[in-house]
Write a protein that binds this ligand. Structure first.
Ligand SMILES: NC(=O)c1ccc[n+]([C@@H]2O[C@H](COP(=O)([O-])OP(=O)(O)OC[C@H]3O[C@@H](n4cnc5c(N)ncnc54)[C@H](OP(=O)(O)O)[C@@H]3O)[C@@H](O)[C@H]2O)c1
Length: 276
């Protein structure tokens, strides 16, 4: 079943909101919107949907100018009435009529049909998204190739697969499978939480060559590689710095050098064992 809104409608750079809670979190999200961010990534599991909604209203940016993504926990899994009730809970907390994109946060592939599976949930979402639905579009997160194949066998196509990608953990085979299944790759934890990826020689060399920061190089690499990235920051300076990465153009050699830094390691959490 086709998704009605192409994932390419997402801006290349969004704001991750994990841990952005309370008044400080709201202030950071408002600042991001004032700076020009137009894509907010939240989740039921972050406990901050109300904060995201409050920031969106307080920032005074027209609702239709901002793409809002939320993610369903496994408590939502099951038949359409359960999925819809859970999604409506998110809308109530956000104070919105609809979200632009709803994701299945983790596949939780061990769940039985009685408990509710990602297959049932994806089928339910495919039946309720669209112009008049509670979400414009649906997708998945942390799905491996086998989970995407299961969906394809059911005739279901996610608009995006949001997965961990940074310079050291690139998950290339998952990226390829995602694209092969017609979904866009959204990079979560795109800065590797501000740690080791900043020290990768290909990243620091490109940063020096362009008078840019390692964070900007990583974000330009995501964008020029066709991935949407959703870095999180609570710092005004970092929010502005990350947005300015949209102006940075790396050379083909620089992109290839960052590609070559991949450790081949899998994501921090294994979707076959971890779930929310
Ligand atoms: N689907 C999933 O399962 C999943 C999992 C993880 C994350 N996500 C999503 O992806 C988003 C991003 O991931 P994340 O928040 O875990 O990590 P991240 O965006 O990779 O890194 C955030 C960290 O980097 C720092 N930072 C940001 N910009 C910086 C800059 N320009 N220079 C130096 N440090 C900088 C931030 O500190 P400051 O606040 O000080 O700037 C923060 O400590 C999340 O917020 C969430 O929306 C989804």
């Amino acid at each position: 079943m086709e998704n009605s809104v192409p994932a390419t409608a997402l801006p290349a750079l969004g704001l991750g909101t994990y841990k952005l809670t309370g008044p400080e979190g709201q202030a950071a999200i408002e600042r991001a919107l004032a700076l020009g961010y137009r894509h907010l990534d939240t989740a039921q599991a972050y406990g901050n949907e109300a904060v995201v909604g409050a920031a969106l209203r307080a920032a005074g940016v027209p609702r239709e100018a901002v793409q809002v993504t939320t993610k369903l926990t496994a408590d939502a899994f099951g038949p359409a009435d359960r999925v819809r009730a859970s999604l409506e809970g998110s809308l109530e907390r956000l104070g919105l009529d609809r979200v632009d994109l709803v994701l299945i946060h983790w596949p939780n592939p061990w769940r039985t049909a009685q408990e509710g599976t990602f297959r049932q949930t994806a089928a339910a979402l495919a039946g309720m998204v669209g112009d008049d639905g509670p979400a414009a579009s649906w997708g998945v997160s942390n799905f491996l190739s086998e989970h995407l194949e299961t969906l394809a066998a059911d005739g279901l196509q996610a608009a995006v697969n949001q997965i961990q990608v940074d310079a050291l953990v690139q998950q290339r085979s998952v990226q390829e499978a995602t694209r092969a299944h017609g979904a866009a790759v959204v990079a979560h934890t795109p800065l590797g939480r501000g740690g080791k990826p900043f020290e990768v020689p290909a990243v620091t060399a490109a940063a020096a060559a362009h008078g840019a920061t390692p964070a900007q190089v990583l974000l330009a690499w995501h964008r020029q590689s066709g991935r949407v990235a959703i870095p999180r920051s609570s710092s005004a300076a970092h929010l502005a710095e990350n947005l300015a990465s949209l102006e940075l153009e790396l050379t083909a050699d620089e992109l290839a050098a960052v590609d070559a830094a991949d450790s081949g390691r899998p994501a921090r959490q294994d979707p076959l064992e971890f779930g929310i």
